[in-house]
Design a protein around this ligand. Structure first.
Ligand SMILES: [Ca+2]
Ligand SMILES: [Ca+2]
Ligand SMILES: [Ca+2]
Length: 383
């Protein structure tokens, strides 16, 4: 892996040099390994330890815009039949093996009855929740079910985990920062991950920059602030979620994209995503979203912070496909996750261009002059 934390601004001549606050490209991890936790690592991916559920993220080798490794989550989906008695409130599947899963809020659908609910508890073979919306709202012997994962909430460099060197990061008001990454959502058996069409909101929280006074989102799926997606497509959008500017999403407004014409993305395809932002509690904040270097959405004069400009973590995999929370099992791949103040870093990493057309084979081309700590063993020296 490569983790980079930078605390020192170096000055050569009159040039202020870039600061990479965090960078992870998975190159030094063993394929198949679980994303690292605290304990000898300068950063962690804190998932079930931080209230997340589902299988943990793993490093994988394969086709990626950056080097030969990427990291991914494989979400869960369970199907079967109720093997308990008729008119039961608790669903039982004696063939199930859910001992290691905590299904809090996971969606359970009784496909026979037409009812559904969010799980309140489960053990190895049973799930408890209160069915509604169906003909009987209970479980009869032989009723078929499907269970969808609610989230895979993951904190990167959580301040709740021990020995997290370098976090929280204190950012500077009115300074431009960039969160960038490659992403690729891969379906299984060509089953679309999110709903499409009109009025079928189906959105992920996505990747976030979080602190006590900051919460900025790069979200995925379909969102009712914009027109529904074309069949087999999804879209992305930025958002601000803080108390003084709560729950703000808008709609695409740049490069020909509009609320009625949102950018349409394909599954099984790598994209470069960038969230450009400045923090302000005086109405001077900026939030911009780019896909493959194309500005899709741009907003200014925002309150993007409550006045606390520190970033305590990046998060990934909050709620999926809300509000039905019914995303079928799928892969979600990422690479080159970076938080930087340098547009040059993004350009060098290929995060401002189309990775399917011009893949970046050189993954060690961050901008020069930085001081780094916490670089994983085996990493090539950063220039
Ligand atoms: Ca990589
Ligand atoms: Ca019944
Ligand atoms: Ca569809």
């Amino acid at each position: 892996m490569r983790y980079i934390f930078v605390f020192i601004f170096l000055l050569f001549s009159a040039d202020a040099l870039a600061t990479q606050y965090f960078y992870f490209d998975a190159e030094d991890e063993v394929s198949g390994s679980t994303l690292p936790l605290a304990g000898g690592e300068p950063a962690n991916f804190c998932q079930t330890e931080c209230g997340g559920s589902g299988d943990k993220g793993t490093v994988q080798a394969g086709e990626t815009p950056n080097g030969s490794n990427y990291f991914q989550w494989l979400t869960e989906e369970f199907t079967g039949t109720h093997t308990g008695s008729n008119n039961a409130a608790v669903m039982t599947d004696s063939a199930a093996d859910w001992g290691s899963q905590t299904m809090s809020n996971w969606t359970i659908m009784n496909l026979t009855d037409g009812s559904s609910c969010g799980a309140s508890s489960n053990d190895t073979t049973t799930v408890t929740c209160t069915l509604s919306g169906g003909t009987e709202n209970d479980w009869d012997t032989g009723d078929s079910y499907v269970i969808y994962q609610h989230s895979h909430y993951t904190e990167i460099a959580s301040d709740t985990m021990p020995t997290e060197t370098g976090w929280p990061i204190t950012l500077i008001e009115d300074t431009t920062y960039y969160l960038g990454f490659f992403f690729n959502y891969q379906r299984i058996d060509s089953v679309d991950i999110w709903h499409d069409g009109s009025s079928t909101q189906s959105g992920d929280k996505g990747v976030e920059v979080d602190g006590s006074g900051v919460r900025l989102l790069f979200s995925f799926g379909q969102w009712d602030h914009m027109s529904g997606n074309t069949d087999h497509k999804y879209t992305v959008w930025p958002g601000v979620l803080i108390t003084s500017n709560e729950g703000v999403t808008w709609g695409h407004n740049s490069s020909g994209y509009t609320t009625s014409n949102p950018i349409q993305l394909d599954y099984e395809t790598w994209y470069a995503g960038v969230l450009e932002f400045t923090l302000s509690d005086a109405g001077a904040g900026v939030l911009k979203l780019y896909v493959n270097g194309t500005l899709v959405e741009s907003h200014t004069n925002l309150n993007t912070s409550t006045g606390d400009f520190s970033i305590s973590r990046l998060t990934m995999g909050g709620t999926m496909a809300q509000s039905a929370y019914d995303a079928p099992k799928h892969y979600r791949k990422f690479d080159s996750l970076i938080l930087t103040d340098s547009l040059t870093d993004l350009q060098n990493l290929g995060l401002m261009s189309n990775p399917e057309i011009s893949p970046v084979m050189n993954f060690n081309i961050l901008s020069t002059g930085t001081t780094t700590i916490g670089v994983g063993t085996g990493s090539t020296t950063i220039q």
